[in-house]
Design a protein around this ligand. Sequence first.
Ligand SMILES: [Zn+2]
Ligand SMILES: [Zn+2]
Length: 347
Amino acid sequence: MKSRRLLLSSSLLCAGLYVVVAGQPSSPAPAASALRWFKGNTHTHTLNSDGDSSPDDVVRWYRDHKYNFLVLTDHNYLTSVDGLNALHGADDKFLVVKGEEVSSGFQSRPLHINALNPDRLVPPSREGSTVAAVLQNNVDAIRMAGGVPHINHPNFGWAITADDLAGLRNNKLFEVYNGHPMVNNAGGSGHPSLEQTWDTLLSRGILLFGLATDDAHEFKKLDDLSSSRPGMGWVMVRAEKLEAKAIVAAIERGDFYASTGVELAAYEATATAITLKVKPRLWGSQPSENMWAGYRITFIGKGGAVLQEVEGTDATYTVKGSEGYVRARITQSDGKAAWTQPVVVGR
Ligand SMILES: [Zn+2]
Ligand SMILES: [Zn+2]
């Protein structure tokens, strides 16, 4: 991570994108293999578990809303995607990816882990005498099935703590934001927020990447703000092509940022500096109503310490070498946010 450098185009098609290994001369990526950014959601339900709409209707919503990919993740059910891709898929534009929300538990705690692009259904396991042991058994089962695991909504039912995640092997991903109204992203009642949990783990040297997801169940009540609607949280993933294996591999590499409404026009991370540029959002549809949203860019390091904070759309953080890690949160004036992945520093 610390030698990564990347530039984002403000459009999804990233012409002119450079990838540089720190300390080596830069060179433009060949046009034919240019990396591109794809918008996607990795957590959504259909009638095949407790969603309110058919896979066809769910996929249609995401395609209509300009997503590039969608992972269908019904509880303990692997929804077939071949027919959906035949109907809705389009080369370089839209792809449905197989997935499952492997839904287990320990005592009364819900332990849910998404399997991205598994080869087969993964039966949930309740084996294990601790939360951590049950999580590990399910992560292992997902890996055995060729899937990539991501830990879902740790604060749902206050089920999963930083200590539960600290010893987990072969898992790189967790939801730092989940759009379901019952999952306690912000913590409460003495429990830390998911960002605090993230910083606790990163500070202990455990590298996790943070996803934002919808966990959408309800597509028939889109105006009901208390429903589990689509369009709440997503990821922008940098991959060489819009194919399931390439997308999932890029997510597991941490080549993505998470968002609930902030779009980045540029992001560059090297061993010495991190530079961000927000694509500002204009409120209002009439010229007289036009007003730019405000932004705060916060760079965060070990212990959740604020390293630097900038009001505006552009910021550069110069690495000092003792931060442990640096990650950024970008907050829009309406409270929506984006999170970049941690860059490990000084290890
Ligand atoms: Zn769940
Ligand atoms: Zn779910």
